[in-house]
Write a protein that binds this ligand. Structure first.
Ligand SMILES: NC(=O)c1ccc[n+]([C@@H]2O[C@H](COP(=O)([O-])OP(=O)(O)OC[C@H]3O[C@@H](n4cnc5c(N)ncnc54)[C@H](OP(=O)(O)O)[C@@H]3O)[C@@H](O)[C@H]2O)c1
Length: 274
């Protein structure tokens, strides 16, 4: 279990690499000043983990912000994702590295299992073997899809990044991942903003003198999940990082757990987009 009293808690992945639990996600953040500012503000606020993807089209801005930040590159955990609409994970990671301006990413993930769960894994392993990615993983994979990858893998995936929050509390998927040595990364932890308006979350937040976003992020942290909130506003980016100085009680955790609308599913998504 990560030490949540530390300002920058990490957990150790099954391959031995350390990953900070809190990341800034940059999906839907346009390439250019908006993305550069968000990443810069996050680094200033103490984030040491940025989650981008080839499909987001903003790797160049993430790279520029990292270089301009003055933070040592080796101190920032950088994730990008293979776009499975393309053919070759090894060739594409090299393009990502050029755009990002780094020698290697910390984590390279198959963004979704388009075309089946296993075809890209050889290329992912090559990216790992050649040192372009220190860790490799998957995203939007169901338990059966993870098992299919593990069956063909020499290097097993160490994370599964999925939609996860109290409202999408995919308990069976989470437990299956943990039992296979796969850390779960919670994407859309604020429901892309939707969950922030929920009265039951607001009630917990008001009682604790916190914001709904902080409560949802803290719920994920207390489950030892890696959590990837996105914002392009400086005050919100800072607020979302102020989550290590309070605790949700077992009763609050239970209330939030009860918001699940997935039935504790082992599925990564109710409907796929590919
Ligand atoms: N692997 C995948 O397939 C996948 C899919 C979806 C997401 N992700 C990852 O997960 C990250 C987060 O998910 P997400 O982008 O869906 O959204 P999210 O983090 O669940 O929510 C972001 C929304 O909440 C708002 N917000 C953030 N902090 C706030 C605060 N403190 N107070 C009020 N509003 C706040 C943001 O607005 P402003 O930006 O205007 O502040 C934005 O509209 C993505 O950026 C990406 O890295 C991965």
């Amino acid at each position: 279990m990560a030490d949540l009293t530390s300002n920058r808690p990490t957990r150790t992945l099954a391959d031995g690499n350390e990953i900070p639990l809190l990341a800034l996600g940059v999906w839907q953040v346009p390439d250019g000043p908006e993305c550069e500012n968000a990443v810069r503000w996050a680094l200033e606020a103490g984030y040491r983990h940025i989650d981008t993807a080839q499909a987001y089209g903003n790797e160049a801005s993430v790279g520029r912000a990292l270089r301009d930040s003055g933070v040592a590159p080796e101190d920032v955990f950088l994730t990008t994702k293979f776009n499975p609409g393309l053919r070759d994970p090894e060739a594409e990671v090299q393009r990502s590295l050029e755009r990002l301006g780094v020698e290697a990413v910390d984590l390279y993930i198959v963004h979704w299992p388009q075309g089946g769960p296993t075809w890209a894994w050889d290329g992912m392993q090559r990216a790992h073997e050649r040192g372009y990615a220190r860790s490799i993983g998957v995203s939007n994979f169901n338990v059966s899809e993870i098992d299919a990858v593990r069956k063909v893998a020499d290097v097993a995936p160490v994370v599964n990044q999925v939609q996860f929050s109290p409202f999408e509390f995919r308990r069976e998927l989470w437990e299956a991942c943990e039992s296979r040595g796969i850390a779960l990364e919670a994407y859309s932890p604020l429901g892309t903003g939707r969950h922030l308006r929920d009265r039951r979350v607001a009630d917990v937040a008001e009682r604790l003198g916190r914001t709904p976003a902080q409560v949802l992020i803290r719920w994920a942290l207390q489950r030892n999940l890696i959590v990837l909130p996105k914002s392009t506003h400086r005050d919100r980016i800072e607020q979302n990082a102020q989550v290590f100085d309070f605790e949700l009680s077992p009763g609050d955790m239970e209330t939030l757990d009860g918001l699940d609308g997935t039935g504790g599913t082992d599925r990564a998504l109710e409907r796929s987009w590919w």
